[in-house]
Design a protein around this ligand. Structure first.
Ligand code: FNR
Length: 352
């Protein structure tokens, strides 16, 4: 039953991520074009630092799957592509492997195929320290993702309903595990208040994972007999809105949700993310095109991102946070309502 859920999630996510992608809030953000800003691409570094660890590339394969035979094979494809391109990768939730040890190999394939890569294990916020240590050990993981997915669980027919223990559990896990912990949403976004709360719990890395890409309200709703929750498909804040809303002192922000191309990566980094997670877009390539298609595309993203950074005159990921941004449309309205000075973003490089 649970393995079947894993297969369903992939099939339904494929329906949303295959082919031409719709517009999302990344389209409301533009980098102001300065025609003489360009630098030599040979001087551009894609390197970044996340949770005190250096990554060569500032985007990664986000947590998706494992827990059935076919999703184990998807994990193999993703892991080989991560190895061949040198990008970090997360597993899907390993909760199923804790309940049914026969599914452990469908996750461990990630480490087997990529012995030296940066690998993140993944669990929900209802799991305590022992389970967290167990999944880190199973993958020899370099970091642990904890997903906070209250709205997904609410729409999921067999989902959890009481989330009140999550803050205390997260605090205990962060204090106990030997690797960096990344707290993430699954496509509904992390608000300023949530990020402030997480900081108080000792969390230093958070992936806002906002609205705009894979839509888990829609996925879970179509798994219900009655389709009762269709009205929740617009719930949550977009990835772009979350980055704008984030408290300025939060140590390390990651961004995911609706990242479709290298320009979306550039925009997320310019909005302050230190790394950018990609789930649905890479899943579609992995499932439809296999390792070769995914490796080719990831290498193209690395090349394009380097060239785009050179064109806007940013030699590093940190330098992108000083580029001029135009914020339009509904994102601008979000900024007004939340007291964020969107106009100031358009003149960040003035005087530089
Ligand atoms: C996910 N995602 C996810 N996240 C998580 O923390 N644990 C999980 O087990 C899963 N499972 C999962 C399955 C599938 C098929 C997809 C496509 C996604 C959520 C994922 O990490 C990400 O937060 C969202 O999908 C938003 O990013 P994209 O898909 O818009 O790039």
């Amino acid at each position: 039953m649970t393995s079947e859920r894993k297969d369903n999630h992939v099939a339904l996510a494929m329906d949303q991520n295959r082919g031409v992608r719709g517009r999302n809030d990344f389209d409301d953000v533009e980098l102001l074009h300065h025609a003489l800003a360009g630098i030599d691409p040979a001087t551009v570094s894609l390197g970044t630092t996340v949770g005190g660890v250096s990554w060569d590339v500032p985007f990664y394969i986000n947590g998706m799957t494992g827990g059935s035979t076919s999703t184990g094979e998807i994990n193999r494809t993703l892991a080989i592509a991560a190895r061949e391109t040198g990008i970090p990768m997360a597993s899907g939730s390993m909760s199923i492997a804790l309940k049914d040890p026969s599914q452990i190999p469908t996750f461990q394939v990630i480490r087997e195929e990529n012995p030296d890569g940066f690998v993140m294990a993944n669990l929900g916020a209802d799991h305590g320290v022992d389970n967290a240590l167990r999944v880190i050990d199973l993958l020899q993981a370099d970091a642990l993702q904890i997903h906070v997915n209250a709205m997904q669980e609410t729409v999921m027919p067999e989902g959890s309903r009481d989330f009140s223990a999550w803050p205390a559990t997260i605090e205990a896990v962060v204090a106990a595990v030997p690797v960096p912990v990344v707290v993430k949403e699954v496509g509904f976004g992390l608000s300023r208040r949530t990020l402030d709360t997480l900081a108080g719990l000792g969390v230093t890395v958070a992936d806002v994972s906002g609205r705009g890409g894979t839509n888990f309200a829609r996925i879970e709703n179509s798994r219900r007999a009655g389709g009762d929750y269709a009205y929740l498909e617009g719930w949550g804040q977009s990835t772009v809105s979350c980055l704008l809303d984030a408290p300025s002192g939060f140590p390390t922000l990651l961004a995911s949700g609706g990242v479709r191309n290298p320009l979306d990566v550039l925009k997320a980094l310019a909005l302050g993310a230190k790394g950018v997670g990609v789930a649905g877009t890479f899943l579609a390539l992995a499932v439809d095109g296999g390792v070769d298609a995914l490796v080719t595309e990831i290498n193209r993203w690395k090349e394009h991102l380097t060239q785009l950074m050179a064109t806007v005159g940013a030699p590093t990921v940190s330098a992108l946070a000083g580029t001029d941004l135009l914020v339009r449309g509904s994102v601008r309205e979000f900024c007004e309502l939340r007291g964020i000075d969107a106009a100031a973003l358009s003149a960040r490089s003035a005087g530089a």
